[in-house]
Design a binder for this molecule. Sequence first.
Ligand SMILES: Cc1cc2nc3c(=O)[nH]c(=O)nc-3n(C[C@H](O)[C@H](O)[C@H](O)COP(=O)(O)OP(=O)(O)OC[C@H]3O[C@@H](n4cnc5c(N)ncnc54)[C@H](O)[C@@H]3O)c2cc1C
Length: 254
Amino acid sequence: MALNTGTIAGNWAAWQAAEIVAARVETAQVKTLTLRPQTWRSFRAGQHLDVRLTAPDGYQAQRSYSIASAPEQEGTLDLTIELMADGEVSPYFHEVAQAGDRIEVRGPIGGPFTWTAGQGGPLLLVAGGSGIVPLMAMLRHRANAAPSAQATLLYSSRGWDEVIYREELERRAGDEPQLRVLHTLTRSQPAGWQGFSRRVDDAMLGETLVTLAGVPLCYVCGPSPFVEAVAEGLVAQGVPPERVRTERFGPSGA
Ligand SMILES: Cc1cc2nc3c(=O)[nH]c(=O)nc-3n(C[C@H](O)[C@H](O)[C@H](O)COP(=O)(O)OP(=O)(O)OC[C@H]3O[C@@H](n4cnc5c(N)ncnc54)[C@H](O)[C@@H]3O)c2cc1C
């Protein structure tokens, strides 16, 4: 799809051009693109951008993508995009887009599903598949701005090779004393696997909640059924509903 580089404006609702400056493979189905927008705007971890592609005949398609990078990474923004093989927009980023290409973006967008260091901990982050993306921005921001805030990530993936940001998560879990990273692998597990190996359920949420001192602020992101089940499970485990914030990415998933 050829791209219209669009216009620049001073507010979040205006489309502006952004250059793809780097692309990195995360897993077989997931890539991270680093964008340099013409005007970089500060944002809160958890917010997303709208991305718009324009074909030569003028046809336009737009989708939302969470910002993966920390707010402290000024000048550029990382988006991490999972390939939906029959999709309209995500295949463009996997099969066509290259460093030097330009797309249009607007944002940052999003209110309640954000976390800033001033909110403190404890934090419980629960991700299903690519739902890790906005939670990764929170973890990166936490490491930069509030490393003493206690946090636990519970991350559901189909298999070990599908864990996005796997090496960074392993490194952070080793280096950051106040961070716990728990994985559940729902379809296949490597030999000797000692983590969870089923879909997130109430018992797993209970085991995760006890890793934190006090009632956490919870952020849940992933496919809609996953988010609904986890949010209900957290409330069933005694977390007040107003402490549970959710973001839904799509109809199906991990
Ligand atoms: C606020 C927000 C933030 C998002 N952030 C991210 C992100 O950081 N990374 C990311 O990869 N995606 C993210 N998404 C999803 C993204 O906007 C697109 O929906 C996704 O990339 C599919 O677009 P597509 O054009 O390739 O597929 P479409 O042409 O829209 O759909 C193709 C097929 O895939 C199905 N489908 C669409 N979306 C999903 C999904 N998420 N899961 C499973 N099946 C789906 C459709 O039902 C359809 O059958 C986010 C969505 C929202 C609302």
